[in-house]
Design a protein around this ligand. Structure first.
Ligand code: ATP
Ligand code: MG
Length: 493
């Protein structure tokens, strides 16, 4: 690919900027590489029409408007972007004035969400990678707008805040396009697409890394992973997703700092774990997480249990579960967080349950205890919401019911929320162990004769009862007037 090096002075951006923008200068300007439209493959026809509308509205009002991040990276690679992120020199309040469908969100990182019928376009204001105060120093109250006084010393700015150990707590100091590019995580994520002339602007060497298939953190890896340990997981995610290699220094820093992933908030780590394993390349991700030590740091107890096995079976099972999930996702199916968690750690939870059963605890309580223990072990690192924990528990509990064919009230059973998830688990388990084949084929025939409700029995919504005949309709009417609502009923073990 031909790259054109054209110097653009930061002053050129500054003269476009609205007066209430806080620009922090002092960094040595970097001349970006500009790739003109004729030299790259990103065409407007590939963009979301809503994103194009947003870019033009900002630029028609005199603001800089770029696409940035994953969408530019993916378009250049010929992949379909997951979402479109816009970056501009308009402040959040200026964005709000321009778009009626705007909602400002976030405290740690304030930005605008523009709501369209079928998508949300995220619009952020250029940020600076300003060195901030530590949380030990007194902080003025955070505000929605950038500080108006650009002459204010950088270290005292209230909108950029680091913890005593160097983690970014708040990142709301606005800056230049160059500063914004350089405070992003990886070079391939720092490319801008400029709606003004359809060029790509590259401040960090992202084009070259993109063509060589390299994930490289911008700037000093130790500092950047200390600022935000989640970037280590992101490096693994992008490497697995794009089939890229992690650059040497970046890799070494992850090996050294892997344990510090636990400094990130457990709720955020749960979201990140889902992104890691539900992107369609979970198996590759798993291998990279294990090689870097991040898997052991995220799931310490589960990892110990995996290591204890002598015949290697559980390791194989996790890999097989992730393979199975990857296949589903590649076929365009959705895999829920609870199915992922049950497939990955179901055997581990069941083993805990068996332990309680051997100690004389009844089966249902044993499973409840085992799930609670699993959630409790993980809580300091990866916080699984209680609701998701219950859905995992149901998937495992339903497996016992599957073995009884037909058992009591099979029609009521298939209408339960989470039934589809539980069948998925049975299909996977049967596929790899060969057990319960007869039960699976009985339930599959039964489902065929009595189709699942429109949501396929996935948990989350109340699934309506299947409508397969007058007799059942009558019974449903009676129930809705009585004790049992659709989808409810005693748990089955
Ligand atoms: P995806 O395809 O998963 O959406 P993405 O690269 O768009 O990938 P997002 O989480 O949507 O990832 O973030 C958008 C952009 O914001 C990134 O490309 C990157 O430039 C920047 N970014 C996101 N998280 C961080 C972070 N923790 N540190 C620095 N920059 C980040
Ligand atoms: Mg994105």
């Amino acid at each position: 690919m031909k790259l054109y090096q054209i110097g653009i002075k930061v002053a050129a951006f500054l003269c476009f900027s609205p007066p209430d923008m806080l620009f922090l200068t002092g960094m040595k300007p970097v001349n970006p590489v500009i790739i003109p439209r004729a030299e790259h493959s990103v065409s407007r026809s590939l963009l979301s029409p809503n994103a194009v509308r947003v870019l033009y509205r900002l630029s028609d009002h005199g603001f800089i408007a770029y696409l940035v991040g994953g969408c530019v990276r993916d378009l250049l690679l010929g992949r379909e972007p997951k979402d479109f992120d816009v970056v501009t020199n308009a402040t959040p309040n200026q964005i709000k004035k321009l778009f009626r469908n705007c909602r400002l969100i976030g405290r740690r990182f304030r930005l605008a969400h523009l709501h369209f019928q079928d998508e949300i376009i995220e619009v952020a204001t250029f940020r600076s990678k300003a060195p901030g105060e530590t949380e030990d120093e007194p902080q003025p109250e955070a505000s929605d707008t950038p500080a108006p006084d650009a002459a204010e010393p950088r270290r005292r700015h209230p909108e950029h805040l680091k913890s005593a150990d160097g983690m970014i707590l708040r990142d709301n100091v606005f800056g230049t396009p160059e500063e914004d590019a350089l405070r992003r995580d990886f070079t391939v994520n720092a490319l801008f697409y400029n709606i003004a002339d359809f060029s790509i602007i590259d401040y960090a060497g992202g084009m070259e890394d993109l063509s060589r298939g390299i994930i490289r953190i911008i700037d000093d890896p130790f500092e950047r992973f200390t600022e935000d340990p989640v970037r280590m997981i992101r490096a693994v995610r992008f490497a697995a997703m794009l089939g890229f290699n992690i650059e040497n220094l970046t890799w070494r820093a992850i090996l050294e700092l892997g344990d510090t992933i636990t400094r990130a908030a457990p709720a955020r780590l749960f979201e990140e774990v889902l992104k890691l394993f539900l992107a369609g390349c979970g198996e590759r991700t798993y291998q990279l997480l294990r090689q870097t030590g991040l898997f052991a740091a995220l799931f310490p107890h589960f990892n110990n249990w995996l290591a204890e096995e002598t015949d290697g079976f559980p390791h194989t099972r996790v890999g097989q579960a992730l393979d199975w999930i990857d296949d589903r996702i590649r076929m365009g199916e959705k895999v829920s967080p609870q199915v992922f968690l049950a497939l990955m750690s179901g055997r581990y939870i069941e083993e805990k349950g068996e332990h309680h059963r051997r100690a004389g605890v009844p089966p249902q309580q044993s499973l409840d205890l085992a799930v609670a223990e699993f959630l409790g072990e993980l809580a300091p690192t990866v916080m699984i919401p209680h609701k998701t924990g219950i859905l995992v528990r149901n998937i495992l509990a339903y497996q016992h019911r599957f073995r009884k064919t037909p058992g009591k009230h099979p029609l009521s059973f298939i209408g339960r929320p989470g039934f589809g998830d539980a069948v998925d688990y049975l299909r996977f388990d049967c596929g790899i162990t060969g057990k319960n084949r007869d039960a699976l084929s009985w339930w599959e025939s039964f489902i065929q004769a009595n189709p699942l409700p429109p949501n396929g029995g996935q948990a989350g919504e109340q699934a309506p009862k299947p409508s397969t005949g007058t007799g059942r309709r009558k019974r449903r009417r009676r129930r809705s007037h009585g004790r049992e609502k659709p989808g409810e009923g005693p748990e089955i073990s």
